[in-house]
Design a protein around this ligand. Structure first.
Ligand code: SF4
Length: 76
């Protein structure tokens, strides 16, 4: 499970975030391309999901992440 106390740099404020366990595999960017982007060391949430469809894609990305670095329990 991702740790909201170890958020990667660049996450925009909100529920969704990437933490520093990210290994830059780029999978989440492919699954939810509007919401995740690659940083220098880690991915980050570049835009919080705004529609149900985007939320579903973020959930899918969270399930697919090989190191459980995606969380949805950040700031509301
Ligand atoms: S799927 Fe997980 S490990 Fe891969 S880039 Fe996204 S947050 Fe990082």
């Amino acid at each position: 499970m991702a740790d909201k106390n170890s958020k990667a740099p660049g996450n925009v404020p909100g529920k969704w975030y990437v933490d520093t366990n990210c290994i830059l595999c780029n999978l989440c960017e492919q699954t939810a391309e509007k919401n995740f982007a690659a940083g220098e060391e880690y991915d980050y949430v570049c835009q919080q999901p705004e529609s149900e469809e985007e939320v579903e894609l973020c959930k899918q990305a969270m399930e697919e992440c090989p190191v459980e670095a995606i969380g949805d329990d950040g700031d509301s």
